[in-house]
Write a protein that binds this ligand. Structure first.
Ligand code: AMP
Ligand code: ZN
Length: 471
């Protein structure tokens, strides 16, 4: 599989460190509010990546953190802890907020068929691991204590901006705009590993540490949790593109300084879902959630299809019109699959040819829109329905669009509707009319049609036979 690696800025043939398992780490949600559908775009595309790897025979171990402490209002370590902000907004404790929004996040993931990672670890459960890592960084001279906080010293690195060669000042401005500089920092890019002193004395969750009572920085949690469950090397690290700087840049800085060697080989970044007014953001207040889409009559599968129809490395613009199109496309797709009759036989040569196209799409840097086209190719293929259904079932292991389940539900609904409207008297009249037509007794056929009309029944002649409906 070829994947674009943000670290090398190139598509590379994916080769895991070991054939035993692909080690995959995902930055999890900050659970101070519902996930918006932009966040969920990232998790959908990461889910497809994980499933594509498994589909192609790689065993995968995937770990995700839950950010329930330390993510401040600005990614540049200033402002209030987002969790505390959420707790104040809802007059609840930080832990209550964390539990509520963690459950809500996984409920959304279930609706969108996003598989739960093998390990899900809230940051508050790994404080000793973070303290250990911060101590190691201090021992190795990569960190310093100033004003009560522990900072990572970026001047000790040969290269800090690993993902981009942009002008450092330009990059920093995006994060720091409108934010007070921290006078404790020796270098402008230094970041907090452990807070004991912050402007916000009412930080709810605090733990004892060698540097005083405090709490971890946001970046250290992903390095600490990844190392706890996946060891000293990682194959793939995932996240939204906004995480590349400063979060992932800082994760690499501290992890590689701590370990003394390269940490992660592939960086997979999903680009943003935007609205026509710009980036979708939880802190902007009003934002789109899965529940909101459902309340407007859209199915979560239509949103998943909408995401799959575009490449993960392109920004995707959300509009209701685009979602309408995805919903229509999904409904039509399911109706076409529902019309297939499983004859139980599979033409393996045709199946393999269809699968080759699908795998080719995945292997070309996870080209999901081409993978969706491969689904339509199956429907267009001149082969028996059993082969088509087998291919669709197989592809849906990766796409997770409920293709066969939704088609079966539709078939059942259609059957129930037919049964509910069944009427033996009308059926008998329609059959007599058909027989009359066959005998070329058109006068009798017309008389029966008029009789039915008088009963409020309309006749529809179709290539598949005569149907009727109550007018
Ligand atoms: P957060 O809950 O804010 O920590 O973000 C969870 C994930 O969503 C991270 O991987 C972010 O990079 C990603 N993300 C944030 N905003 C967007 C967006 N508008 N579109 C896609 N992904 C996003
Ligand atoms: Zn992270």
């Amino acid at each position: 599989m070829y994947l674009y690696n943000s670290l090398s800025h190139k598509k590379e043939l994916f080769t895991p460190n070991s054939s035993d398992v692909v080690k995959m780490y995902t930055c999890g949600p900050t659970v101070y509010h519902f996930a918006h559908i932009g966040n969920l775009r990232t998790y959908i595309m990461e889910d497809v990546l994980e499933k594509a790897l498994r589909y192609e025979g790689y065993p995968v171990k995937r770990v995700m953190n839950i950010t329930d402490v330390g993510h401040l209002a600005s990614d540049a370590d200033t402002g209030e802890d987002k969790m505390l902000k959420g707790a104040k907004r809802e007059h609840k404790s930080v832990m209550e907020i964390a539990k509520y929004y963690t459950d809500a996040f996984f409920a959304d993931c279930d609706k969108l068929n996003i598989k739960r990672p093998d390990v899900v670890q809230p940051a508050t459960g790994c404080i000793p691991e973070f303290i250990n890592m911060v101590s190691g960084l201090l021992d190795k001279g990569f960190a310093y204590v100033a004003g009560g906080n522990v900072y990572f010293d970026t001047s000790k690195l040969e290269k800090y901006y690993v993902f981009n060669d942009h002008n450092e000042d330009d990059l920093a401005v995006g994060v720091r705009e409108g934010v007070e500089e921290d006078p404790n920092k020796r270098n402008k890019n230094d970041f907090v590993l452990w807070f004991t002193k912050s402007k916000f004395e009412d930080q709810a969750l605090k733990w004892d540490s060698p540097w005083g009572v405090g709490y971890p920085g946001w970046h250290i949690e992903c390095s600490g949790i990844s190392m706890k469950y996946l060891g000293e090397d990682l194959d793939i690290h995932c996240g939204g593109i906004d995480n590349a700087f400063p979060h992932h840049t800082n994760e690499i800085a501290q992890s590689e300084s701590y370990l003394g060697h390269k940490w992660c080989n592939y960086w997979f970044h999903v680009h943003h879902l935007n609205t026509d007014t710009g980036k979708m953001s939880k802190s902007k207040g009003e934002f789109l959630t899965v529940s909101l889409l459902e309340s407007k009559g859209y199915s979560p599968m239509a949103y998943r299809l909408f995401c799959l129809q575009s490449h993960y490395r392109r920004n995707l613009v959300f509009s209701w019109e685009n979602l309408d199109n995805a919903q229509t496309a999904y409904d039509k797709l399911i109706a076409r699959i529902a019309a297939l009759q499983d004859d139980g036989t599979v033409d393996t040569a045709v199946f393999d040819k269809l699968k080759e196209r699908f795998v080719g799409a995945l292997n070309g840097d996870l080209n999901t829109s081409l993978a969706v086209t491969a689904v339509y190719d199956v429907l267009k293929e001149k082969t028996n329905d059993g082969t088509k259904l087998a291919a669709l079932r197989d592809f849906d292991r990766v796409l997770s669009l409920n293709l066969l389940e939704a088609a079966q539900q539709l078939q059942e609904k259609q059957k129930q509707e037919a049964e509910a409207s069944a009427d033996p008297e009308i059926d008998a009249l329609v059959a007599r009319r058909t027989a009359a037509k066959k005998e070329r007794n058109f006068a009798e056929a017309d008389r029966i049609r008029d009789e039915l009309k008088a009963m409020g029944v309309e006749i529809i002649d179709t290539p598949q036979g005569t149907k009727w409906r109550k007018a």
